[in-house]
Design a protein around this ligand. Structure first.
Ligand SMILES: [Zn+2]
Length: 479
């Protein structure tokens, strides 16, 4: 296909800028860039008439089930709030999960996002969710969650409130996890296509050694990227300080490599950051989620100084966020400036933009690299109507996109060289039908969600009491 007359985002060593270019794609990748390229025989041609062309953005950490429960719960820190999200997730049917994933895809495409890492807590619903991505062509790293230790059994000081869990475990056995993963891999792991299976550890503290070892084995045997939450909150740090370093545990099991991406990384020690750098792992910051839950501020400078790649995620949409990765990037960059008085080392436009594009490519682990509009890169392209952008200075466009644009006007999206959105219509699903069905689910979900929240408010009481008793201890972590 030949995309003519685009105003295409390009990079040099230090900057991003736009250039008038034609783009030729073939078999899912960009094969030629130039001016006045000739249309080959039988080649499809689209005239972009000066519209902007951006590399598709990536949401590097996200939970698709949360789209449908947005706005349900707010005003508490992670460990209390988690009771709500777990209970609400528990009442969602398979169809609810499909609708929730579909809504996420619709919103991501409209924000110019072409790929995500979906960290899926509900194993039984992971296949229908994967089918949605497969049917729409949206690129997804699918990371079904592996965990077998409850927060109430691992968080510091919770044992004063709750007896260690006894009786049968609510989690699958390690063998069951491995069997699930093997089936899931054979069905959905398609590095040349649009779904890639990742080993989705919930969090190293929430998995015993046997499960971490099995996770490592799966990653090695099937060449799967590894994805996990890591040290998100003060309480998790305090708990780790009284047990063992989750980073060192991951490393002991061979789970810390250049294929590993770790969400949050707010509370790592200097030696844990060093270990991430040494192993080539990627840190994923989720600034809107961390601020919504009061978890802390990701110390970006520390990671950048060690050369650790950083990417960005929304995290669950019920964590005070949305799918607009440009907005999340803006939020991150603004916070970063105020945490860093040395303006010479503020994160520039190119480095920032790479955090929502190029840096995410290795963590997803697809065969073809993506995130840049260059020859041999995957043709994941977003065409944006520039009517409402001011271009008094052409050089102002990159900064305008990041700092002044609340919502892109996305016209077309191509993923792996195929249109998934054309003339503002999403092709693989009917947005109208999805929205209608979601509205119809209200009647049934309203009651069960209220019940779930009532149950969660009882379940979270011991967490609330312990959290309050630890407030003094948390002070020493503030920075
Ligand atoms: Zn998360």
């Amino acid at each position: 296909m030949l995309l003519r007359n685009g105003y295409v985002l390009q990079t040099d060593e230090n900057n991003i800028y736009f250039e008038r270019l034609d783009i030729r794609t073939k078999n899912g990748e960009i094969v030629e860039l130039g001016t006045r390229l000739n249309q080959d025989q039988k080649e499809d041609m689209v005239d972009l008439d000066g519209d902007l062309v951006l590399p598709g953005m990536v949401n590097s950490h996200y939970h698709s089930y949360t789209n449908i429960i947005r706005g349900t719960s707010f005003g508490e820190p992670l460990e209390l709030w988690s009771n709500d999200t777990v209970a609400l997730g528990g009442v969602l049917s398979e169809r609810d999960m499909e609708l929730s994933a579909s809504l996420g895809i619709i919103e991501m495409l409209k924000a110019g996002v072409t790929a995500c890492v979906d960290h899926i807590p509900h194993l039984g619903k992971a296949s229908p969710i994967a089918e949605i991505y497969r049917a729409t062509g949206f690129k997804a790293g699918l990371a079904p969650m592996l965990h077998n230790i409850k927060d109430s059994d691992l968080l510091y000081s919770m044992d004063r409130e709750v007896q260690k869990s006894s009786g049968p475990s609510p989690f699958p056995s390690t063998d069951e996890y491995v069997k699930f993963y093997k089936d899931y891999i054979s069905e959905f792991n398609n590095p040349d296509g649009n779904t890639r299976v990742m080993v989705g550890i919930n969090s190293p503290q929430r998995a015993d050694d046997e499960l971490l070892e099995a996770s490592s084995q799966l990653s090695g045997d099937y060449d799967l990227p590894v994805h996990s939450h890591l040290l998100e909150s003060r309480w998790q740090r305090l708990s780790a300080d009284h047990a063992s370093s989750p980073v060192e545990r991951m490393d002991r099991h061979g789970l810390l490599t250049h294929k590993t991406s770790l969400a949050h990384c707010v509370w790592l020690t200097a030696s844990e950051v060093d270990l991430l750098a040494k192993r080539g792992a990627t840190a994923i910051t989720n600034p809107t989620s961390n601020h919504f839950l009061g978890s802390g501020i990701f110390p970006a400078r520390q990671f950048l100084e060690k050369g650790i790649p950083i990417t960005l995620g929304s995290d669950g949409v019920n964590c005070g966020t949305n799918h607009n990765m440009l907005e999340i990037l803006r939020f991150f960059l603004l916070i970063e400036r105020n945490s860093n008085p040395d303006h010479d080392s503020w994160i520039g436009l190119k480095k920032g933009y790479e955090m929502i594009t190029k840096n995410a490519s290795p963590i997803l682990g697809f065969s073809r690299p993506a995130g840049e509009i260059r020859v041999n890169r995957s043709a994941d392209l977003v065409v944006v109507d520039r009517t409402n952008l001011l271009d008094i200075l052409d050089s102002s466009l990159p900064a305008q996109l990041i700092f002044n644009t609340s919502q892109l006007d996305v016209k077309h999206v191509l993923i792996n060289g195929r249109f998934v959105m054309q003339n503002r219509n999403i092709l693989g699903m009917s947005e109208v039908d999805i929205r209608r069905e979601l509205a119809e689910r209200k009647r049934e979900l309203e009651g069960s969600m209220k019940e779930a929240l009532e149950k969660a408010s009882r379940d979270k009481e011991p967490f609330q009491r312990t959290f309050r008793s630890l407030k003094e201890k948390f002070n020493c972590y503030d920075k």
